[in-house]
Design a protein around this ligand. Structure first.
Ligand code: GDP
Ligand code: MN
Length: 410
């Protein structure tokens, strides 16, 4: 599960990591008031203090897309808010169709002397959570990782001992931090490492972590987080009601949400062959076999080992609601799963499916492979429903099924 930046900032603050004052808004009209609130909290001018307006979406690359704007008056804050709430954001992470923006963060702006990158994630190779840091943080971090891997520092974290102060200090020095910056950065790294474990994160990222320019009260500047991103392990969420409460359904694919409610694992993909399969391993093998025969799967869909007739019906309606789907492969290896239940679900879905001309039944090519528990009854049921399944082709095995569906969609 992902959360928004404004939520991530609150989480950082609750672990003592300094972040500039900020508030989330959903209405253009609130931009004026909130600009004044955050500049006041930060001790800046309420008329021309620096603030930043930022789109709150679960995708990065906002800066380069024009959806992070520095503003210097209530009016500029309102103009930026109007732009972001009425235009779709297209960034390297959104795809060309872009994302609608429904929430904004207005935060007190800060002067930046230097931008760093700081993150923790699990390194599968060493099987350790690993602190990752770079002195070349900011909006170009992907480029740095690709072209200058030596500029990315790594510190594996001991699974029982956690991140040690001396390890964090070494990273701070290697980043080139000086004087009071070191102690501040160490505190932030240790807090982030604690947060990562406490909340079952799979990614905790601060980019950029910044140092502000030196001034009289802070001769080495101050170290602050001004953007953060978190991913949480879904399997750990039941332990964290506070994190669950941050879930924003508006940021999820509506079909994926619906599938989740019926206990189906569904992930939309870019191809045109819908797949309905029982078991995650079989689903992956099915996708591979479709690709092997030159086709492209439109989705990953695992109905699980004990799907109800209702869930199978729902699964079909989800697959067919995807405009890109022009063929479907059902691949069931019945163990606990009863093939007759699958067949009933397929027939129900076909009977309920309304085509644009008002007729019912499946118009797109449908290839079904049923094997195992009660497969004969299942096949017989499908054959008896040919009125609603005029395109049905039976397959003898997965390879045969994949070949037939690829040929049928052309
Ligand atoms: P992202 O592009 O989605 O990662 O959004 P960020 O929040 O990281 O902002 C992108 C860039 O905008 C940062 O790397 C900074 O250079 C700049 N930026 C963001 N907030 C501030 C701020 O308060 N002051 C200044 N001077 N620049 C900022
Ligand atoms: Mn960022």
């Amino acid at each position: 599960m992902k959360i928004h930046e404004y939520q991530a900032r609150d989480l950082l603050a609750s672990y003592g990591i300094p972040v500039p004052a900020g508030r989330m808004i959903e209405k253009i009209d609130d931009a004026h008031t909130v600009y004044k609130q955050v500049t006041q909290e930060a001790g800046l001018s309420l008329e021309n203090g620096l603030a930043v307006v930022k789109a709150q979406v679960h995708a990065g690359g906002r800066g380069k897309a024009g959806f992070v704007k520095l503003v210097r008056s209530p009016q500029e804050a309102e103009d930026a808010a109007r732009f972001m709430l009425s235009n779709k954001m297209v960034s390297v992470q959104t795809g060309p169709e872009g994302l609608e923006v429904k929430k904004l963060l207005i935060a007190a702006g800060v002067e930046i002397a230097h931008e760093y990158y700081l993150a923790i994630t699990t390194d599968r190779e060493t099987r350790r959570n690993t602190l990752i840091a770079s002195a070349e943080g900011g909006v170009e971090i992907e480029k740095v990782a690709a072209e200058k891997p030596e500029a990315i520092l790594k510190q594996p974290i001991h699974p029982l001992m956690g991140l040690q102060p001396h390890e964090a200090r070494r990273i701070a020095f290697e980043l080139g931090m000086k004087g009071k910056q070191v102690g501040q950065a160490v505190k932030i790294m240790l807090a982030l490492a604690r947060l990562f474990v406490d909340k079952d994160c799979s990614l905790a990222e601060i980019n950029p972590l910044i140092v502000t320019p030196a001034n009289e009260s802070a001769p080495d500047g101050n170290v602050l987080a001004i953007d953060a991103k978190f991913n949480f392990d879904d399997n750990g969420l039941s332990r964290h009601k506070d994190i669950q409460a941050l879930f924003d359904p508006a940021e999820e694919n509506p079909q994926e949400l619906k599938a989740h409610r019926f206990g189906l694992s569904y992930i939309k993909l870019d191809g045109n062959i819908g797949c309905l399969v029982n078991g995650a391993g079989l689903a992956m093998a099915t996708m591979d076999t479709i690709k092997h025969h030159g086709g492209e799967p439109a989705n990953f869909l695992d109905v699980g080992g004990s799907a109800s007739e209702e869930a199978v019906t729902e699964a079909f309606s989800i697959i067919l609601s995807d405009q890109n789907v022009n063929g479907v492969l059902v691949n069931i290896f019945g163990g606990i799963m009863d093939c007759e239940v699958i067949a009933k679900g397929v027939v129900n879905a076909a009977r309920n499916y309304k085509n644009s001309d008002g007729s019912t039944g499946f118009k797109v090519p449908l290839v079904v492979r049923l094997e195992g528990n009660n497969s004969q009854k299942g096949r017989a049921l499908l054959e008896s429903a040919s009125d609603n399944l005029p395109t049905l082709q039976a397959a003898t095995d997965l390879n045969d099924g994949a070949r037939k569906v690829v040929a049928a969609v052309g």
